[in-house]
Design a protein around this ligand. Structure first.
Ligand SMILES: *Cc1c(COP(=O)(O)O)cnc(C)c1O
Length: 416
């Protein structure tokens, strides 16, 4: 290794805990990277680890108060075998479209464990939710009116919760989804009137859904948001005069993607939330509480494996060109809501225990300069045929990337 090349290197994110080398290769679920590629039948492949999912949920439960239910926000990863596996690990599923509802039902998730949020629900989606007995998190007064009239026509008592657009947001959050004018939820000051209307209409009022943001690594920011959420719920409860049966406190727990990111301190978050729940006013003591997490539960459990198809040099820089790319990994390429592109955790999966020797850029196979998976990363030497691993691929990968771009098609996915 010469200092010349390593000096040009750009940092990449930390490889999540739990990934080890055997026979020189990255091993997941007891299979080496090459065995995983063979099992999948082709590369690229998203590999999701059952052991990782199980350990993650167990650690989270240990850190969170006992009375807090943990829901999976399936937007992060709707791969059917993963949904079925998660169904045994978590207490409920949060979905945001009729398509997700259908996937969850097909995976064996009971309708009474689902809640359905998201703006722009069509009448047929509301009808499906009411017919199945799924709780609808209403995003507006208009949606409430449509849901009530559809339920009347069907002769079914609908389960309706109100999503509140809070006046605060999650600080340091990757994507702001509360605070100010938003397409999500009903502005807090109009919520009491809507809840009274829902109750008067004879619907089964299920409570509140308050979601203020995503991808926060700072425990203090989450603790503050959860305290503000509970304060808002108690204010609303006092005005309405009836305690909510259920409160969805949102989520926003992040995972480290980039150099310098440190994992969220869930023990601090859980301890503070436990105290906050214990000191709620009497009338809110019977209420059930949950958090809804997507990427925190599944993000680090997934690895994207892609094979080197070409190795070339241009103006003194080495490029490893793979059979994958942004059509499967839009976020890792830096094109999914990121301002400045930074490198996701990356490794040569087929030489996982080798030392870094050279600085290379790892690209996908798409004919666009946006298709960058690792920009000037310091890695072991790799050649045509080697496998590259991109970590933190379990959430917002396969289903959140434009698989049909350039006629490429979807990647393989396996759960091991
Ligand atoms: C996207 C979303 C989630 C999941 O967010 P993560 O960052 O993956 O945890 C949860 N709830 C709602 C309402 C969402 O829109």
């Amino acid at each position: 290794m010469s200092d010349d090349t390593s000096m040009k290197a750009k940092p990449f994110g930390p490889i999540p805990a739990g990934y080890e080398a055997q026979h020189g290769q990255l091993v997941i679920g007891g299979l080496t990277a090459e065995e995983l590629a063979t099992k999948a039948g082709d590369t690229p492949v998203f590999v999701y680890s059952r052991a990782h999912l199980t350990a993650r949920v167990a650690a989270l439960r240990a850190a969170m108060p006992d009375r807090l239910a943990i829901h999976y926000a399936m937007k992060g990863n709707p791969f059917p075998p993963l949904l079925t596996f998660m169904n045994d690990l978590v207490d409920g599923f949060d979905l945001a479209s009729g398509g997700e509802m259908a996937l969850a039902l097909a995976a064996g998730v009971a309708a009474d464990r689902m809640s359905f949020a998201g703006p722009g629900k069509r009448d047929r989606e509301l009808e499906a939710a009411i017919t199945q007995g799924v709780t609808i998190n209403l995003e507006s007064e208009g949606e409430a009116a449509r849901a009530i009239s559809i339920a009347d026509r069907l002769g079914i008592r609908p389960k309706l919760a109100v999503r509140v657009n809070p006046s605060f947001d999650l600080k340091g959050s990757g994507m702001k989804m509360g605070g100010g004018a938003k397409q999500f939820g009903v502005d807090a000051e109009r919520v009491p009137a809507l809840v009274k209307h829902i109750i008067a209409a004879g619907a089964d009022w299920r409570g509140f859904h308050i979601y203020a943001g995503s991808q926060a690594l700072n425990a203090e920011a989450i603790i503050e948001m959860q305290a503000a959420t509970l304060a808002l719920v108690s204010e609303l409860t006092a005005i309405i005069g009836t305690a909510p049966p259920h409160v969805n406190l949102g989520g926003g727990y992040g995972i480290p993607y980039f150099a310098g990111d440190a994992p969220l301190d869930i023990c601090a978050v859980g301890a503070a939330l436990g105290k906050a729940l214990d000191s709620l006013p009497e009338d809110m003591a019977e209420t059930e509480y949950n958090i809804e997490l997507g990427r925190y539960l599944v993000g680090e459990a997934g690895v994207y494996l892609t094979r080197v198809v070409d190795r070339k040099v241009s103006h003194g820089e080495t490029f490893l060109i793979t059979d994958g790319g942004l059509h499967h990994q839009l976020a890792a390429s830096g094109n999914f809501g990121t301002v400045i592109r930074r490198n996701y955790p990356i490794a040569i999966a087929s030489r996982f225990d080798a030392g870094a020797e050279e600085v290379v850029s790892v690209t996908g196979c798409l004919c666009t300069p946006l298709d960058m998976l690792g920009n000037q990363v310091h890695l072991p030497r790799a050649d045509v045929g080697d496998l590259i691993a991109i970590f933190c691929a379990g959430a917002y990968g396969a289903s959140a990337s434009p698989a049909n771009f350039l006629g490429q098609g979807a990647a393989e996915e396996i759960l091991v």
